[in-house]
Design a binder for this molecule. Structure first.
Ligand SMILES: [Zn+2]
Length: 243
């Protein structure tokens, strides 16, 4: 028996609301946002690893700078001793004095080289400190973005849940207007995870896209506009749009 005009409209509404519910369920997965969050987490991890590696390098460099400083101080003490020996001149021949002067010059030149190395090392430590600071800021920015996205995700989830509840209620209302047997078939299909009903447009099933064949087409030809048929391929209930 074909549907009455009211029932036909109700079924079309039910189909439309079901499609919107399926869209809602899909949107609620928030695939894109989750992907972004995963990306951020990976970025944050890589950033933390770079900081840890750089900190290790910085510690080693700082230790090297300290060792060079100790070396410079030791060289300075030696030079001082040589200089006081030179100043006192005790037990030294003029040849010794010239030789000692030469040794002092050599020692000073060597100390300069170590001092330069120390300065370079301290400069490197400073650069690494700056780099670590930048990376920490970057890490904080990534964490803040992650927090924002989580908040966005939560808000969106609440929004979608509210929309789903509204659609469900509206759909239950339209289902009330359908004959009991149709309503039962729709709910049975949905329980089985299938599409309950779809629109038949240009002889094609709105659920699986297959063309209607034989029996169903025969049942439709020349029948009332509210006639419900079943798709031969996916068994979804099909109804034509309002003429
Ligand atoms: Zn089908």
């Amino acid at each position: 028996m074909p549907l009455t005009d009211t029932e036909h409209r109700a079924l079309l509404d039910w189909i439309d609301l079901s499609a919107r519910l399926r869209k809602n369920v899909h949107a609620a997965k928030q695939t894109e946002l989750l992907e972004q969050l995963r990306g951020l987490a990976a970025e944050h991890k890589a950033n933390a690893e770079r900081i840890a590696a750089l900190e290790a390098t910085r510690t080693a460099e700082s230790e090297r700078a300290t060792a060079l400083e100790t070396d410079v101080a030791a060289r300075g003490a030696t030079i001082e001793r040589m200089e006081s020996r030179l100043a006192s001149g005790e037990g030294l021949t003029s040849r010794d004095l010239v030789a000692l002067q030469g040794d002092i010059e050599t020692a000073k030149t060597a100390r300069e080289t170590v001092e330069e190395d120390q300065l370079t090392s301290l400069g490197t430590v400073e650069e690494q400190d700056a780099e670590i600071r930048d990376l920490r800021q970057e890490g904080a920015a990534i964490a803040a973005r992650g927090k924002d996205l989580q908040a966005e995700r939560k808000a969106r989830a609440e929004e979608l849940a509210a929309e789903a509840a509204e659609l469900e209620a509206e759909r239950a209302g339209t289902a009330e207007k359908l004959p009991a047997d149709i309503r039962q078939r729709l709910s049975a299909k949905e329980t089985a995870g299938q599409i309950g009903a779809a629109v038949l447009a240009h002889g094609t099933c709105g659920a699986c896209g297959d063309e209607l064949s034989g029996v169903a087409r025969d049942a439709l030809s020349g029948s009332e506009p509210g006639t419900v048929v079943e798709c031969d391929s996916c068994e979804t209930l099909l109804v034509t749009p309002l003429g």
